[in-house]
Write a protein that binds this ligand. Structure first.
Ligand code: PEP
Ligand code: MG
Length: 906
């Protein structure tokens, strides 16, 4: 089977083969070539070869195909590989199916040998030739021969110091020739061999190294974070070099067809004159803008013809791919070449805006728009921003350290860490961290992930920091040039101020401002429109796009979406975000309220049911008031209220000082209180006297709660509303538990109905959170109106991992691959999920009218939501702020039904 695909001169063998085989870069090059866009000729070795190479360590079988492609490449370029007169030089680049910016290796200027350098010098001048050779030795030495990078950097640094030069551009031909000699010496010393001077040997060395880079540590970390399968492999692209470093009419740059931060439809990008590609991405020199900004430095102003051509090409590419493109280009002596096009990484803000704009422009339809936004990205749109007043006050107070480029919107405030390892360590301590670096590199990936925000002092909007932060949805400011970072001293300096590791810093990823200290945040623009109502919707394109995409999602989803809400305020937020009801109201949170806890404690200390009733009678009106508030907020929407769940000892103090204070408040001897604490103590409270077991042994507690629910419902009904309470019994394991407590609910309701004269439509159901309940679901369902899966407890009890204690070993399990991810965050579909499926099937069979939902944390997790959709649940319930995520995830689950298999843990 063919595994090497040529492209050049308007023909591309791989056009239409796609990213799976050619990788993103290879597919883009093939498509661009086929579109007639100027692309230097080359060939792509497909991704499947990577796996073969990993297994066998050899690519020998590939030689005839590569040699044939190389010959075609020579013809297309009009130069020969290894020709001492006019040599063809090539780049060898990685390119996986899904982009992994900077994680794998690339080698430029390959084919430059002791002989060919003379030919290159004759055509392009000595300086250029030696500069290329220097770059090539450094890259090849580092990547293929594994000579430490700093060895080369040291030599170059010394040379610069010797000459008093501030940049490489000031070095003379002799300086560069001397540097090349010293590089060659380093390589000979470190590897024991001279630098390979045969272009073929160089080529195969580079191809092997690119395949090996698929499995380097940073690529593996990146794959783990982005859930990219390890067996995809990378393709290798070998392509004729074009030079952006051939003087002032040459340049290299990157561009986006729309703004990757905000999504605004505005061609956008950066370039460096007289430079090679890696200079832009590495963020070492701060690049210039493409569009005219009046400074006279932009591409539009300095190379208008190439700029116009680039504008034409970007428009063509967006129309071809129907998505925002991220382009890499080189201008060689005023002629434009495209080196890459791919779907650009973008923030959540940009994802929503671009998807909705493209529907309006007729480029994609609503269904496609929904698939373009990852549900998790919506969280960014709800994240807080800085309070403007506080920020102005901080600026007025001289706290503004500088301004960089707004690379990742949002507000982040955290303690300064100057390196990735410190960021990881400090974040594990619990405080938010802002990682502050001159520039980031792929090695920093774990530290960036652990940080709340990222700040760099160099680099542009397309530097490593900016691209990676955007992919992670992190707040990020780059290129804040007024700030000096001194990692050695562990401090940063700006405007006569100094900050050290651990000091607080605030960065605004929407404006680029960097401020010393902590600044209070305020709700996001979406919340300002929807909740605070102090910003009109028509003034917020972000809100409009958010609202539109969720409207489309609602038309397509089958799953209902409810919220877990315990207070009227939570309920209000939930409704604003589109919740169709409350799926879980945890009543214990009401018990903990300051004014009530004393009555709760009295109830626990009471000697008998009478005493408990007396204390409960004081709790009753307070709880009724809560329910009135929630019913009023929710109108006719269903409200599932769970009766008390936690063990009683959770309501009593533990520490000695708190014991004596509470004893005096309760006017009981401290000994009595201590005895009760001892009595209630449990070795395994998670499996102890909690949930419906409390209701069975202390029926008066549940009676009081049920009474509060129906009295509240009656009160609200009297004022014309139609509350819809759903009473839920927690932690049921046997049908007898449920039956007994259902009788209690029904009888209590009847009493209240008689007293108030109000008939309230209600239902009684149970949580399914004990594996046994899932198995005997058929029996429980017979007399039950609904099930709600408590997947937190169900996960705990299915795995036998305590929810409270699992943190001591779960990270090690995930790290070593025993578990693919935290089962408390994303449902274990093959184990816990199987119980969900069994209970759903048995429950429905016994009672076809049974309504089924889920209210554990998994109700807000997109991949779990997809599973619940497929399993046929009626609704998911999650925290109010995740309701938009769940709405979109539910729509995407409906749209992709049948398209993909569900991933699972064995
Ligand atoms: C559950 O167990 O999934 C649940 C929702 O209940 P809680 O988290 O309150 O135990
Ligand atoms: Mg539970």
């Amino acid at each position: 089977m063919k595994r090497v695909f040529f492209f050049g001169n308007g023909q591309a063998e791989g056009a239409g083969l796609g990213k799976e085989r050619l990788g993103g870069k290879g597919a883009g090059l093939a498509e661009m070539t086929a579109l007639g866009i100027p692309v230097p000729p080359g060939f792509t070795i497909e991704t499947s070869v990577c796996a073969d190479y990993t297994k066998s360590g050899s690519v020998d079988g590939l030689k005839p195909e590569v040699n044939a492609a190389l010959e075609r490449l020579e013809q297309a370029a009009g130069r020969r590989f290894g020709d001492p007169g006019n040599p063809l030089l090539v780049s060898v680049r990685s390119g996986a199916r899904s982009s992994m910016p900077g994680m794998m290796d690339t080698i430029l200027n390959l084919g430059l040998t002791g002989k060919t350098i003379r030919g290159l010098a004759a055509v392009s001048g000595d300086r250029f030739a030696f500069d290329c050779r220097r770059r090539f030795l450094q890259m090849y030495g580092d990547i293929v021969l594994e000579v430490p990078k700093h060895e080369f950097e040291k030599v170059l640094g010394e040379k610069r110091r010797e000459r008093g030069a501030s940049s490489d551009a000031e070095l003379t031909v002799e300086d560069l020739a001397e540097t090349v000699r010293r590089y060659e010496e380093i390589i000979r010393k470190k590897t024991g061999d001279p630098f390979p001077d045969d272009p073929q040997a160089q080529l195969w060395g580079a191809i092997g190294a690119v395949f090996r880079s698929w499995d380097n540590e940073r690529a593996k970390t990146y794959r783990k974070l982005h859930r990219i399968p390890g067996d995809w492999g990378t393709a290798v692209n070998v392509q004729a070099m074009v030079f952006g470093n051939r003087g002032e009419t040459s340049a290299t740059g990157v561009a986006f067809t729309r703004d990757p931060s905000t999504g605004e439809k505005k061609f956008y990008g950066e370039f460096l004159p007289n430079a090679q590609g890696e200079d832009v991405v590495a963020g070492i020199r701060t690049p210039r803008p493409l569009n005219s900004d009046g400074s006279g430095r932009s591409l539009e102003e300095t190379m208008p013809q190439a700029y116009r051509e680039l504008l034409r090409v970007q428009d063509l590419l967006e129309k071809r791919f129907h998505d925002m493109q991220d382009l890499e280009f080189t201008i060689e002596e005023a002629k434009l070449y495209l080196l890459q096009t791919r779907n650009g990484k973008r923030t959540g803000f940009a994802a929503v805006r671009i998807a909705t704009d493209m529907v309006e422009e007729g480029l994609i339809d609503e269904t496609e728009a929904l698939m373009r936004v990852e549900p998790e990205q919506l969280v960014q749109l709800l994240a807080p921003v800085f309070d403007n007043k506080e920020k102005s006050a901080a600026v007025g107070g001289g706290k503004l350290l500088g301004k960089g480029l707004p690379a990742g919107p949002g507000a982040a405030c955290g303690q300064i860490a100057f390196d990735a390892a410190s960021a990881v360590r400090m974040a594990a301590g619990g405080n938010p961290v802002v990682l502050v670096r001159e520039e980031t590199s792929p090695e920093d990936i774990a530290g960036m992930h652990a940080s709340a925000g990222i700040l760099t002092t160099r680099g542009g909007m397309t530097s490593h920091a900016a691209v990676v932060a955007r992919g992670m949805g992190k707040t990020c400011v780059v290129g804040a040039g007024e700030i000096t970072v001194d990692p050695e001293k562990g401090e940063l300096r700006a405007k006569n101020q100094t900050a050290r590791e651990g000091d607080w810093i605030s960065i605004d990823g929407t404006t680029g401002e960097v401020l010393l200290g902590r600044i209070a945040t305020r709700p996001s623009e979406v919340l300002q429109v929807a909740l605070e109502k102090n910003l009109p919707p028509e003034k917020s394109p972000v809100f409009q796009a958010f609202d539109r995409i969720l409207g489309w999602a609602d038309k397509r989803r089958r799953l209902g979406v409810r919220a877990n809400a315990d207070t009227p305020t939570d309920a209000q937020v939930a409704v604003i975000f589109g919740a169709e009801g409350i799926g879980l109201c945890r009543t214990e949170h009401m018990f903990f309220e300051e004014k009530r806890i004393l009555a709760v404690r009295e109830m626990i200390l009471a000697e008998n049911a009478e005493g408990r009733r007396a204390a409960l009678s004081r709790i009753l009106p307070m709880q009724r008031e809560d329910f009135v508030g929630i019913f009023r907020e929710m109108g006719r929407r269903p409200v599932t209220i769970r009766l008390l769940d936690p063990p009683l000892h959770e309501f009593l103090p533990n520490e000695e000082s708190a014991l004596s204070r509470t004893a005096s408040e309760l006017k009981v001897p401290v000994e009595k209180l201590r005895d009760r604490v001892r009595q209630l103590h449990e070795a395994n409270p998670m499996l102890g006297h909690r949930g419906c077991r409390l209701g069975i042994t202390h029926p008066e507690i549940y009676e009081t709660q049920v009474r509060a629910i129906f009295e509240a419902a009656a009160e609200v009904a009297r004022s014309g509303d139609q509350p819809r309470p759903e009473v839920m019994i927690p932690l049921v394991g046997t049908s007898a538990e449920f039956e007994k407590l259902k009788v209690l609910v029904d009888e209590t309701e009847k009493k209240v109905e008689k007293e108030t004269g109000q008939r309230i439509a209600y239902t009684v159901g149970t949580m399914i959170e004990i594996p046994r309940a899932a198995l005997v679901a058929g029996r429980i369902a017979q007399n039950c109106d609904f099930f709600s899966f408590g997947t937190n407890d169900l996960t705990q009890m299915t795995f036998g991992y305590s929810r409270d204690d699992a943190a001591s070993f779960l990270p090690a399990y995930i790290e070593s691959g025993i578990l693919p991810e935290d089962p408390f965050a994303s449902l274990d579909q093959s184990g816990v999920g199987e119980l969900v499926a069994i209970a759903t099937e048995r429950g429905r069979k016994a009672n076809p009218k049974l309504k089924i939902g889920v209210c554990g944390e998994h109700g807000g997790d997109p991949s779990s939501i997809e599973f619940f959709h497929k399993t046929g649940l009626d609704y998911v319930s999650c925290s109010p702020f995740r309701v938009p995520v769940a709405r979109l995830a539910a729509a995407r689950a409906a749209l992709s039904e049948g398209k993909e298999a569900v991933s699972s843990t064995a």
